[in-house]
Design a protein around this ligand. Structure first.
Ligand SMILES: Nc1ncnc2c1ncn2[C@@H]1O[C@H](COP(=O)(O)OP(=O)(O)OP(=O)(O)O)[C@@H](O)[C@H]1O
Ligand SMILES: [Mg+2]
Length: 149
């Protein structure tokens, strides 16, 4: 399904993520796109928290770490493609090995490497700035069991 949700605050964006995270079944891949400061990391932290991730500190600063892994209900991988120069580099990180039925993969700046996702079933989320602290979150290919509205 496809849906658009509006968030009025960083806390609300995290809460949206928590609700998604709590419903995960494993095997999901999220391509999280949107400009600088649109809330990709807040959403990711919420999803991780909702999934029961124990090591939340590891998702705080993905800019300097290409892959953050942490345990919880699933093996959860948080990737940031911002500093990647090519799809080949992304694939060289072992992206394919991260995707399996008991894992959840969250990719910030996924639009930079989207060709690497061809053929995979993934949820695409586009965040955009609205007035003041408003952010819109546009979800595509969201499975019904993850519906948040
Ligand atoms: N409704 C909102 N949802 C999320 N963040 C918001 C919202 N309103 C304001 N903000 C602010 O916008 C910023 C979002 O930061 P965040 O790191 O989540 O964005 P990002 O998209 O991951 O950025 P980057 O591209 O640098 O990784 C934070 O400073 C946060 O406080
Ligand atoms: Mg970020």
């Amino acid at each position: 399904m496809e849906t658009t949700v509006t968030s009025q605050s960083p806390e609300e964006t995290m809460e949206l993520g928590r609700r998604i995270g709590a419903r995960l079944r494993g095997g999901e891949i999220f391509a999280i796109c949107g400009p600088l400061g649109s809330g990709k990391t807040h959403l990711t932290k919420g999803i991780a928290a909702g999934a029961g991730a124990t090591d939340r500190a590891s998702v705080t600063s993905p800019t300097f770490v290409l892959v953050n892994q942490y345990a919880g209900r699933f093996d959860l991988y948080h990737l940031d493609a911002y500093r990647l120069d090519s799809v080949a580099q992304f694939e060289a990180l072992g992206f394919d090995d991260l995707c399996y039925p008991e894992s959840v993969v969250l990719i910030e700046w996924a639009d930079r490497i989207e060709t690497a996702l061809a053929g995979l079933d993934y949820v695409r989320i586009d965040l955009a700035h609205g007035p003041e602290r408003t952010r819109t979150l546009h979800f595509r290919n969201l499975p019904a069991y993850l519906a948040i509205t």
